[in-house]
Design a protein around this ligand. Structure first.
Ligand code: HEC
Ligand code: HEC
Ligand code: HEC
Ligand code: HEC
Ligand code: HEC
Ligand code: HEC
Length: 293
C-alpha cells in the first residue's frame, strides 16, 4: 500500500520539475511548490505528520526544534533519500537539493528571502519579512541590493553548515553600505566638510538600520535610520539626504535645478529618470559616475 502511494508522489514530483522552471536564476538551490501528499496513512510518525494543516505537521516540529535535520537523517539517511525507511524526503521536496533547498525554511519560489519568514509570516510589517523584496528587486528609486550587502550568505544548507540554530538572522553589512565619502584625495574633496566612513548596524530591538551609506551616512546626507518593517515612508524623498543636501554648493538649489549638475539621473521636473544611476555608491556628477567623492 505504502509503496504505491510513494510512487504516486514520485511521478507527480517529476511532472512538477518538468513544468515549472527555476525562477531565481542566480541560485539553483530553490524548489518549486512542495507536493502535498495525495493520500495519508498512519505509520511511524504521528497522525498528520505529512499534512500541512495538522498541528503534528513535520514542518512545525522542525521549526520548534531549531530546524535540526540531523534528527531525521538517522533513519531517512545522511542524504535524506530514504535510508532505512524507504521514504525519501525528495519524493515531495522535489528541488535538486530536496529539503536542503534554500527556500524550504524561508523564502518562496521567487528567491530565498522572506516572505515567508521563519515564522511563516508574509506581511511586510513582520520583522522577518520587512523590506526584503523591495531591496532585492530594486525600484523606481534604486538599483537592486543583493543578500550579501546585508548578510553572510551560506553556500549550502545542512547540519553543521546552515542554519546555525540561533533562530535569528545575523545582519552583517558589506560593500555599498560602507562607502566612504569626502575622502582626502578624491576629486571633490572639501577640507571644510567632514570625511564619513560609515559603520552600519542593525538593531534587532528597534528594527532600525543606522549609519548606512545607502540611507544617507555620507557628507551632506541625513544619516537616516529607517525602520526595517516601516513601509515605503522610510525611503521617501528627503529622508536619506535633503532636497537639497547640506553642503555649500547646494545652497538655494531646488528639485527643479538638480538636473543641471546631476542629469540624466534626474530630469528638469525633479523626477528620477534613471534609477540605475541612483544609490549606486558612485556619485553621478556632470554626466560622469565618480568612483569616489
Ligand atoms: C526512528 C526513525 C525515523 C526518524 C528519526 C524519522 N523518521 Fe520519518 N519516517 C520513518 C519511517 C519508518 C517512515 C515510513 C513509514 C511511515 O510513513 O511512518 C517515515 C516517513 C516519513 C514521512 C512520510 C510520512 C507519510 O505519511 O507520507 C515524512 C514526511 C517523514 N518521515 C519526515 C521525517 C522528518 C522531517 C524527520 C525528522 C524530524 C523524520 N521523519 C525522522 C522513520 C523515521
Ligand atoms: C509526503 C510529502 C513530504 C515528505 C516525504 C517530506 N516532506 Fe517536508 N514538507 C512537505 C510539505 C507539503 C511541506 C510544506 C511546504 C510549504 O508549505 O510550501 C513541507 C515542509 C517542510 C519543511 C519546511 C517547514 C516550514 O514550515 O517552513 C522542512 C524543513 C521539511 N519539510 C523537511 C522535510 C524532511 C527533512 C523530510 C524527510 C525526512 C521531509 N520534509 C519529507 C511534504 C513532505
Ligand atoms: C537590505 C538588507 C537586506 C537584504 C538585501 C537581505 N536581507 Fe535578510 N534580513 C535583513 C534584516 C534587517 C532582517 C531582520 C533581522 C531581524 O529580524 O532581526 C533579515 C532577516 C532575514 C532572515 C530571517 C527571517 C526571520 O524570520 O527572522 C532570513 C532567512 C533572511 N533575511 C534571508 C535573506 C536572503 C536569502 C536574502 C537575499 C535573497 C536577504 N535576506 C537579503 C536584511 C536584509
Ligand atoms: C533547514 C532550514 C533552512 C534551510 C534549508 C536554509 N536555511 Fe537559511 N536560515 C535558516 C534559519 C533558521 C536562519 C536563521 C539564522 C540561523 O539560525 O542560522 C536562516 C538564515 C539565513 C540567512 C540570514 C543570515 C544568517 O545566516 O543569519 C540567509 C542569507 C540564509 N538563511 C540563506 C540561505 C541559503 C542561501 C540557503 C541554501 C543554501 C538556506 N538559507 C537554506 C534556515 C534554513
Ligand atoms: C534610500 C535613500 C535615498 C533616498 C530615499 C533618496 N536618495 Fe538620492 N541619493 C542617495 C544616495 C546614497 C546618493 C549618493 C549617490 C549614489 O550612491 O548613487 C544619492 C544621490 C542623489 C543625487 C545626486 C546624483 C546621483 O544619483 O548620484 C540626486 C540628484 C538625488 N539623489 C535625488 C534624489 C531625489 C529627487 C529623491 C526622491 C525622489 C532621492 N534622491 C531620494 C540616497 C537616497
Ligand atoms: C551646481 C551644481 C549642482 C546642483 C544644481 C546640484 N548639485 Fe548635488 N552635487 C554637486 C557637487 C559638486 C557635488 C559633490 C559634493 C559636494 O560638493 O557637495 C554634489 C553632490 C550631491 C550629493 C552627494 C552628497 C553631498 O551632499 O555631497 C547629493 C545627494 C546631491 N548632490 C543631490 C542633489 C540634489 C537633490 C540637487 C537638487 C536639489 C542637487 N544635488 C543639485 C553639484 C550640484
Amino acid at each position: 500500500m505504502k509503496r504505491i502511494s510513494f510512487i504516486g508522489y514520485k511521478l507527480s514530483a517529476i511532472g512538477a520539475i518538468i513544468t515549472i522552471g527555476l525562477a531565481f536564476s542566480s541560485c539553483s538551490k530553490l524548489q518549486n511548490n512542495v507536493l502535498a501528499p495525495t493520500t495519508y496513512q498512519v505509520g511511524f510518525h504521528p497522525t498528520g505528520w505529512a499534512e500541512v494543516s495538522s498541528p503534528n505537521f513535520h514542518g512545525i516540529y522542525l521549526r520548534q526544534n531549531r530546524w535540526d535535520l540531523s534528527s531525521c537523517m538517522t533513519c531517512h539517511g545522511e542524504d535524506l533519500k530514504g535510508g532505512t525507511t524507504g521514504t525519501s524526503c525528495y519524493s515531495c521536496h522535489n528541488g535538486p537539493e530536496g529539503p536542503l533547498s534554500c527556500n524550504t525554511c524561508h523564502g518562496s519560489s521567487l528567491n530565498p528571502a522572506p516572505p515567508a519568514d521563519l515564522s511563516g509570516d508574509t506581511a511586510t510589517s513582520a520583522p522577518g519579512v520587512g523590506a526584503h523584496q523591495i531591496h532585492l528587486a530594486g525600484s523606481s528609486l534604486s538599483i537592486p541590493v543583493s543578500c550579501t550587502t546585508c548578510h553572510i550568505v551560506p553556500q549550502a544548507a545542512g547540519p553543521g553548515i546552515h542554519p546555525a540554530g540561533t533562530g535569528t538572522a545575523t545582519v552583517e553589512f558589506s560593500s555599498i553600505a560602507l562607502t566612504p565619502t569626502n575622502t582626502p584625495g578624491s576629486r571633490f574633496y572639501d577640507s571644510t566638510q567632514v570625511t564619513v566612513q560609515p559603520t552600519p548596524v542593525f538593531d534587532p530591538q528597534t528594527l532600525k538600520c543606522s549609519n548606512t551609506y545607502c540611507h544617507g551616512d555620507f557628507t551632506g546626507g541625513n544619516n537616516y535610520s529607517p525602520a526595517w518593517n516601516g513601509g515605503s515612508s522610510q525611503a521617501a524623498c528627503g529622508t536619506c539626504h535633503g532636497i537639497p543636501p547640506n553642503t555649500p554648493i547646494h545652497q538655494g538649489q531646488t528639485l527643479q535645478t538638480c538636473f543641471l549638475c546631476h542629469s540624466p539621473m534626474i530630469g528638469p521636473d525633479g523626477t528620477i529618470q534613471d534609477s540605475t544611476q541612483h544609490i549606486t555608491g558612485k556619485l553621478l556628477l556632470y554626466g560622469k559616475q565618480l568612483e569616489s567623492w
